[in-house]
Design a protein around this ligand. Structure first.
Ligand SMILES: O=C(O)CCC(=O)C(=O)O
Ligand SMILES: [Fe+2]
Length: 352
């Protein structure tokens, strides 16, 4: 489905990949210097909480080191990811995602109705999870999502499951630190993640002959509470700087994870911490791998600003929404190009 370098001419690009002019990457990128904070989680809790709070307010993004995920576990999952995507399309399609089961392999992801230049493999942290059967608000039926594992490699499954367990621990740790930074109880949000929909995604971005027209992932915000992302040394992730809206390249930092505030923390914190837009640019020479862990609550969780953070001066800025329905709605538009804008948290914003 991708083009070989030798048989490309400008007419070859599938129009589904082409970003509208305003969303195409610029040829000059603002390289990140040392702006996006790198936080060492082995520092005192007080310091870490303060730094995380500041980073969430100013950037919505930060990197963490001394995070407790063994580097061996990260290294192994990178090897397995590479081996998986190197296989033939026929082999990969044996674990292909479809409209009923959103887990598995997929090569036609769309963000905001433009096709992304990438292939993915998604799996749930808890192997199965209950989600609403449809996005329709009054339909109460549930269905079960189940991981699809390739038959030809037990090692792939073992390695990916081990990775999910380790990163999940880090995600809980970060959730606690974020709660503390908001002045809330350390375990304020734990209950929301029992029967969680959290998933890990292996992203593979092949070299792209048209990096000025297409994107690896179009601009978007994550619908998670937070995201824990591992990226390799190629680079390509860009974050929209809050201060001026400029796209800033996130510099790959060895052994670090990139953390970003997702939509749910934005709503819980009543806009104190914003979920920030980001995107991925591709290049003509090097393939790139990245692995986000999306920390998603259970389907029945109703997301709304937490009571401790709203008062008369600072009234709730969002109506509550059901996470499962939001998830079902998003999956619908990820799966194929649709003519309507996909669901966003601003649809639940209370107008003032
Ligand atoms: O590949 C990356 O660096 C980021 C991917 C991403 O933003 C996503 O999958 O939501
Ligand atoms: Fe993202």
């Amino acid at each position: 489905m991708y083009f070989r370098k030798s048989d490309i001419n400008m007419g070859d690009i599938d129009p589904a990949f082409i970003q509208s002019t305003e969303h195409r990457p610029k040829s000059t990128v603002v390289e990140e210097t040392s702006e996006i904070p790198v936080i060492d989680l082995s520092e005192s809790r007080e310091k870490v909480v303060w730094k995380i709070g500041k980073a969430c307010e100013e950037w919505g993004f930060f990197q963490v080191v001394s995070h407790g995920v063994p580097s061996e576990v990260s290294r192994k999952v990178e090897i397995e990811a590479k081996k998986f995507f190197e296989q033939s399309l026929e082999e990969k399609k044996k674990v292909k995602r479809d409209e009923f089961n959103a887990m598995g392999y997929h090569d036609r992801e769309h963000t905001k109705n433009v096709r992304d230049w990438k292939e993915i493999f998604d799996y749930l942290v808890e192997n199965t999870a209950q989600v609403p059967s449809s996005h329709e608000p009054h339909d109460t039926e549930l269905r079960t999502l189940t991981n699809q594992w390739p038959q030809n490699s037990p090692q792939f499954r073992e390695t990916l499951e081990e990775y999910a367990r380790e990163v999940e621990k880090l995600a809980y740790k970060l959730l606690e630190l974020i709660s503390l930074s908001l002045g809330l109880a350390v375990d304020k949000f734990h209950g929301c993640f029992k029967n969680q929909l959290s998933m890990v995604r292996l992203n593979y971005y092949p070299p792209c002959p048209f990096p000025n027209l297409a994107l690896g992932v179009g601009r978007h915000k994550d619908s998670s509470a937070l995201t824990v992302l591992a990226q390799d040394d190629v680079g390509g992730l860009q974050v929209k700087r809050k201060s001026d809206g400029e796209w800033i390249a996130v510099k790959p930092t060895p052994n670090a994870f990139i953390i970003n505030v997702g939509d749910i923390v934005q709503v819980w914190s009543n806009d104190k911490y914003k979920s920030v837009e980001h995107r991925v640019v591709v290049n003509t020479r090097r393939e790139r791998f990245s692995i986000p862990f999306f920390f998603f609550p259970a389907h029945h969780v109703m997301v709304k600003p937490v009571e401790e953070l709203v008062n008369e001066q600072n009234p709730a800025r969002y109506r509550e929404y059901n996470y499962g329905k939001f998830f079902a709605n998003r999956n619908r538009s990820d799966f194929k190009k649709r003519d309507v804008e996909n669901i966003q948290i601003h649809h639940f914003r209370i107008m003032d």
